[in-house]
Write a protein that binds this ligand. Structure first.
Ligand code: NAG
Ligand code: NAG
Ligand code: NAG
Length: 416
């Protein structure tokens, strides 16, 4: 056939379009796509202005719940942690560290009735207990926390409900953020008194600090790694008997996630600055780390996100790592879960927006999140939501929803 000028132009345009797509990424035929997609959602931490608001057995309730973290223990029980904010939704003032457990090790938290009532890990004093960052280490659950005194807030100048005006966090012992560690050896039923590890695990002269929030991991080589502001906290020794040190990371984000990718490397995926618009990523090992750079495949509004290795290579399918965040450069909306099959999580091959399965009666979803793999092969995710109910600013209440979905639900969504 003789190529007419218009056909030549068409072929030319096609070639340009193909070249613009860049090198094809490995095509992954994920057998999980053929399973029945499932998804369920309900509000697990109910703010004070909701019906059936969550209260401690003592009767204490919380204006808002924020900063979720979820893990599955060695028995299959699910532990969901959050900050219970007593008087408003702000990041400072009287905040207690609260949690819920599934009633059994086999119910996987499927229904609201599968969860015990609200309990407290620690809430003593009028200061700010927060940033839950659990890691399941054999039969021990370590829980790292950040704390600061009631008299301080990150920027200072904030009025507390009793009229006190906060001072800005500073480098003094009284004014700085502290790092605490508590642990449970009875599947989250009871927790030890938190121990202050600020001197050991925080650089001297640091003022602001944050651990996680989210979760730590146990490496295939046996060490524990917990993401923190500007560093990884590393636990060596045997499960439940760890000695802790830290590894400084230059240029890290303020809130970090950690994973061990399939190439055996450590992968940090951090919150970036307001002007960055994307997640900040670095790779390394326990002795050395690359510098951080923006992953332009992962838009982010300078918010926390969550990373989860779903499985390493096995007979049921390819190795998969998941990432969830608010996939929007400016606003904490459009929560999206993605799958990467790459050895180094370089590209996130599939993504699906959570709003494809909307939650009702919980407000606008978006913000911080945390994921765990449940024993029935679901992804269990806690996600923040903004239950305004007429209130605005720091008076609108924040709640946390619990989603359970399977890989098939992600894979059968619109590709993106
Ligand atoms: C998805 O959930 C359904 C129903 O629980 C289950 O039969 C199926 O195996 C799940 N698929 C995957 C890939 O987890
Ligand atoms: C916090 O509680 C302590 C002890 O009750 C009290 O002395 C202090 O004034 C309180 N601080 C604020 C900011 O309310
Ligand atoms: C850690 O990474 C550095 C830089 O890539 C490399 O030189 C070093 O051998 C690695 N160490 C280990 C224990 O793998």
């Amino acid at each position: 056939m003789v190529a007419t000028p218009s056909l030549q132009r068409w072929v030319c345009a096609l070639l340009v379009a193909l070249m613009a797509m860049g090198p094809a990424s490995a095509v992954v035929d994920d057998p999980a796509k053929d399973a029945t997609p499932t998804h369920s959602v309900f509000t697990l931490f109910r703010s004070a202005n909701m019906a059936n608001a969550d209260k401690l057995a003592s009767g204490i309730g919380f204006h808002s719940f924020r900063i979720p973290a979820v893990v599955t223990t060695s028995t299959g029980r699910i532990l969901a942690f959050a900050e219970g904010r007593r008087h408003d939704n702000r990041d400072f003032g009287d905040i207690n560290l609260v949690f819920k457990r599934t009633k059994t090790t086999t119910d996987n938290g499927a229904a609201i009735g599968d969860w015990e009532g609200l309990q407290e890990v620690v809430g003593k004093g009028n200061g700010t207990w927060g940033n839950p960052t659990p890691v399941v280490d054999g039969n021990t659950i370590y829980l790292f926390l950040s704390w600061n005194a009631a008299e301080y807030s990150q920027g200072g100048g904030d009025e507390l409900p009793n009229g006190y005006i906060t001072k800005p966090i500073d480098k003094t012992w009284e004014g700085r953020r502290h790092l605490y560690l508590t642990q449970s050896t009875d599947d989250g039923k009871t927790w030890t008194d938190p121990v202050d590890l600020t001197r050991e695990l925080t650089p001297a002269n640091k003022a602001w600090d944050a651990v996680g929030p989210g979760n730590g991991i146990v490496l295939t080589t046996g060490e524990v790694v917990v993401p923190a502001d500007g560093r990884n906290i590393i636990g060596r020794g045997s499960p439940g008997k760890r000695t802790w040190t830290y590894q400084p990371l230059s240029g890290a984000g303020s809130e970090g996630t950690i994973a061990e990718t399939f190439d055996g490397k450590l992968y940090r995926n951090d919150r970036a600055g307001k002007a960055d618009n994307y997640r900040k990523v670095a790779r390394g090992n326990l002795s050395s780390f690359s510098s951080f750079s923006l992953d332009t495949g992962l838009p982010d509004p300078a918010c926390q996100g969550s990373t989860l290795v779903y499985n390493r290579d096995d007979t049921n399918g390819p190795a998969r790592i998941l990432f969830m965040n608010s996939a929007h450069a400016d606003r904490r909306v459009f929560m999206r879960v993605r799958i990467s099959y790459d050895d180094d999580a370089a590209k996130w091959n599939y993504g699906r927006e959570l709003r494809d399965f909307p939650v009702s009666g919980a407000g606008d979803e978006g913000g911080y999140s945390s994921m765990t793999k449940t024993r029935d092969f679901k992804i269990g995710a806690l996600v923040e939501t903004d239950w305004q109910n007429g209130a605005t600013g720091d008076k609108n209440s924040r709640a946390i929803v619990w989603r359970r979905f399977n890989l098939s639900w992600i894979l059968n969504g619109p590709r993106g």
